[in-house]
Design a binder for this molecule. Structure first.
Ligand SMILES: Cc1ncc(COP(=O)(O)O)c(C=O)c1O
Ligand SMILES: [Zn+2]
Length: 427
């Protein structure tokens, strides 16, 4: 029986330090975040748990329930374990511990090398994104259960035309919750058709003459949220609750170490970064004893650029939040076949910095040739995975990221290729 090592006791803004009680409904953003200053982000505050045991259940949303914020939210309002478990089972239908297996990969160094692959391609909605979103939905369902859901089932909103939107539409349909999906003009038609077939309302967002700089889909999403929609999104500063159940992937990897069929040890996990929520959650879930490296492509590497700028300037970690505008600058014209990680800003950069610093990890930047090569190497596993979802393999092909002698490395495969859009904005 695994024991519950920790629990969420509240939320704390990584920028201004404002605390939000764990009993607060809808703790999406820092109370000091405003349209004029969105550079705030709530992070879960985690403390060692007294003596709890994790639930013995094949569904990770149930098994790890007591370690999560939505559980603590419900418990703080008096909900008993069986009620919390029932909500988790319902929201979490179809979630299982995903496969974690050893594969001998040709990393172009002569002999094949063993790499552990966490395979999220068969997860709900075809990627790990559903983990992040399930945590939001769990909170919303708990709020409903205790009578705190202001305004009833308010429409959910997301800006995405990729795996996150597919996961959002899958979960929203199941929960019978309305969803608006804001997409850019270049969104791939196949993905839009899939999202619509799942019952979500797709809204194509051309740039308007009076729009400020930035992604018009994101602007429309924010307008919808200020109009009362609930942010159903995988970006911590837009909704911190995505950083809650996302950690299950890190816990699953950590718990596989030393277990039957698992690796005796994992020294390092390499995670592909777009908005940065995945790397944050993996790092928090693994804990500091397993090194976490991030990977971005040469065509879009705002996290790595911020990291090296901070190093050059000699900033220590306490100074980073105050330097958000200076360090996390939007990338001009992001470009790569790994099109799911082309976020021009790494929204969750503060958490990514924290997990890399705590574990001795680094950001790795890979040339496009390595991304192309990684697609072929990933295909040799027999797992059908997108270029985005195999991007961490690219890091193992370059000098900065190649496995050291005897080092056990793990990567996450997520999402299948669904066709690319033609960007009309020239990016
Ligand atoms: C397959 C896949 N891997 C990794 C990522 C990166 O996740 P994040 O945006 O949380 O950094 C994404 C989405 O952005 C994705 O679709
Ligand atoms: Zn704040």
């Amino acid at each position: 029986m695994r024991t519950q090592q920790d629990a969420v006791v509240g939320w704390r803004c990584a920028v201004c330090g404002t605390m939000v009680d764990v009993a607060t409904p809808y703790p999406f953003t820092c109370p000091r975040s405003s349209p004029a200053d969105r550079r705030h982000v709530l992070h879960p505050v985690v403390e060692p748990a007294a003596n709890g045991e994790l639930l013995d259940d094949p569904n990770p949303l149930v098994a790890y329930g007591p370690r999560m914020g939505w559980w603590a939210f419900g418990a703080s309002h008096g909900l008993a374990e069986p009620v919390l478990v029932e909500v988790a089972r319902d929201v979490g239908t179809g979630f299982e511990v995903t496969p974690f297996g050893a594969h001998d990969l040709d990393l172009r160094r002569g002999a094949p090398e063993t790499v552990w692959v966490k395979d999220e391609t068969g997860n709900v909605g075809g990627s790990h994104k559903s983990r992040h979103l399930a945590g939001i939905l769990l909170h919303l369902r708990i709020a409903e259960t205790i009578g705190l859901a202001t305004g009833g089932r308010r429409t959910l909103a997301i800006a995405s035309c990729g795996n996150a939107a597919i996961a959002a539409a899958t979960l929203a349909r199941r929960a019978e919750w309305p969803l608006r999906v804001f997409v850019p003009e270049w969104a791939p038609a196949g993905v839009l058709a899939l999202i619509e077939s799942l019952g979500a309302e797709v809204e194509v967002c051309p740039r308007r003459d009076d729009d400020p700089p930035g992604d018009p889909a994101m602007l429309r999403f924010r307008e919808a949220v200020s109009g009362g929609a609930l942010p159903f999104t995988v970006q911590g500063p837009e909704n911190a609750l995505c950083l809650d159940a996302g950690r299950t992937i890190g816990w699953e990897i950590a718990d596989a170490v030393g277990a039957p069929g698992g690796p005796p040890v994992v020294d390092r996990v390499v995670v592909q970064v777009g908005g940065g929520a995945l790397a944050a959650c993996v790092g928090w879930g693994l804990g500091p004893r397993i090194r976490l490296d991030t990977v971005q492509t040469q065509g879009c590497a705002p996290l790595a650029r911020a990291w090296w700028r901070a190093r050059d300037a000699g900033y220590d970690s306490d100074q980073l939040p105050g330097r958000w505008a200076e360090l996390m600058v939007p990338w001009d014209r992001p470009q790569s076949i790994a099109d799911g990680i082309l976020d021009d800003e790494t929204y969750d950069w503060l958490a990514d910095f924290a997990v890399m610093e705590a574990s001795g990890g680094n950001p790795i930047v890979v040339p496009e040739e390595a991304v192309v090569d990684a697609v072929r190497v990933a295909a040799s596993t027999g797992i059908e995975v997108s270029a985005t979802g195999s991007a961490a393999v690219a890091a193992l092909l370059v000098a900065d990221g190649q496995p050291g002698p005897g080092e056990t490395v793990a990567v996450i495969f997520s999402g299948v290729e669904r066709g690319r859009g033609e960007r009309s904005d020239g990016a």
